[in-house]
Design a binder for this molecule. Structure first.
Ligand code: PMP
Length: 419
């Protein structure tokens, strides 16, 4: 039995060699304050592999031209690369058709697109939108704005101290007045993986569409829109090892056909006359102006990189990191970890007794350890636990067990400095 388990472990290590993976990320060799960088701020943004950097440089150096407009060779090449990237996003999230994928500037932009377009068509006074208490501000504020404009109201599903949503309350809250359920797949503070498939099933039982914020799931676990059966799904390129300023929105084709455009301009029209305009078919209907085509190309390269490693292999590696982190943090005296959800991704928020999160973060930085401190754009989560902020260590596919040990040594040092 032991031998079988060891062989299993060995096979997995050969399939996912994290030390080899690290060689793909030039920045991981950097020293910070004279110490090797330990980068644990991946929930804010992740680092880029050389193949993504090369894709960007290569396109600027050899192919750059605005897309969808030119008849010349460079424009055709860039247009083809942009549409190929759309196809890669479709494959990554298992969407039915390339046309169901809209390029945006990121998760925030994707959610604003839906909140504005959907609410102008379907949200009226007396209607309700449901979000959760653990959303990033990006999945709260656009809905608050939509509700203010329309006279609808916003309701929230609470979570328990463990970081699991009080799912039974969704069944009580949802009604004939509900027009949208918007929920994060993974919390950017607690790491909780929310049961989005189950939530979609409840919502659809009432004819309510669901938007899934996949900003923190796309980097860590397979995301399958057909399996989840969500109506919309948003994620950001810069968190899945692509450039900043690019992201994607998936929408079911019946919604994308029906919903009005979010912004007007070039590229999103069929015909423009002074007397009126007809719009292009989706996805172009929602891509006004020159899109971030180099960003899209970088996203395609990043998704190729991740699928090359294997999303299941990435998830298995991160599960091992999570186990080690939970065990190490659990042993650390005076440390409060926020959230211990049944299913989780490698995002850990905590505080040290008697110490301000900012001070902890600043001292860790002096040791080359990059963590984030503060509210993480999720103030309702801070309010839930009655704290002003936390230290957040968020890991990615290239992090190692040894780096977790460096963090724990760092925390010991912080404690001794303040003792
Ligand atoms: N949702 C979640 C869960 C996030 O973690 C973030 C980024 N921290 C966002 C939305 C917003 O992403 P972006 O800033 O890339 O638009």
């Amino acid at each position: 039995m032991v031998l079988a388990a060891e062989i299993g472990q060995l096979r997995w290590m050969v399939m996912f060699d994290v030390y080899k993976v690290r060689e793909d990320f030039p920045i991981l060799c950097t020293d910070v304050h004279g110490r090797p960088l330990v980068y644990f701020d991946n929930a804010a943004t992740s680092q880029k592999p050389q193949c993504v950097i090369d894709a960007v440089i290569d396109h600027y150096a050899q192919h750059n031209s605005n897309i969808h407009r030119g008849v010349h060779q460079l424009s055709e090449r860039c247009s083809a690369a942009y549409e190929a990237a759309r196809s890669k996003v479709r494959g990554f999230i298992n969407a039915p058709r390339d046309e169901d994928v809209i390029f945006t500037s990121g998760t925030t932009d994707s959610i604003n697109l839906v909140a504005q377009s959907f609410s102008s068509a379907y949200l009226r006074k007396g209607d309700e939108v449901i979000v959760t208490e653990m959303e990033h501000h990006s999945n709260i504020v656009p809905w608050q704005m939509a509700c203010e404009r329309s006279g609808a109201s916003l309701r929230t599903i609470p979570f328990d101290d463990q970081g699991d949503l009080e799912l039974h309350l969704l069944k009580e809250m949802i009604s004939d007045d509900t027009r949208m359920l918007a929920v994060s797949h993974v919390s950017n503070v607690l790491g909780s993986v929310n049961p989005v498939k189950e939530m979609v099933s409840v919502a659809h039982g009432h004819g309510v569409p669901v938007l899934v914020d996949a900003a923190q799931s796309a980097p860590h676990i397979p995301v399958d829109v057909k399996d989840i059966d969500c109506d919309f799904l948003a994620f950001s390129g810069h968190k899945v090892h692509a450039e900043t300023g690019i992201g994607a929105l998936y929408g079911k084709s019946e919604w994308l056909q029906e919903m009005p455009p979010y912004q007007g301009g070039g590229g999103m029209v069929a015909n423009v006359k002074v007397g009126g305009t007809t719009y292009a078919e989706p996805p172009l209907k929602f891509e006004a102006g020159t899109p971030n085509y180099i960003g899209a190309i970088s996203l395609g390269a990043a998704l190729d990189y991740m699928t090359g490693l294997g999303m299941n292999e990435i998830a298995a590696h991160e599960e091992r990191l999570t186990e080690h982190m939970l065990e190490s943090l659990g042993r650390f005296e005076g440390l409060t970890l926020y959230g211990d959800a049944t299913l989780r991704c490698p995002v850990f928020s905590f505080n040290l007794e008697g110490l301000h999160h900012y001070d902890v973060g600043r001292i860790l930085d002096k040791m080359g350890i990059a963590v984030r401190t503060g509210t993480h754009c999720a103030e309702p989560v801070m309010d839930h636990y009655g704290v002003t902020g936390t230290v957040r260590a968020s890991l990615a596919l290239y992090n190692t067990i040894e780096e977790i040990d460096v963090l724990l040594e760092g925390l010991e040092r912080v404690r001794s400095i303040f003792a």
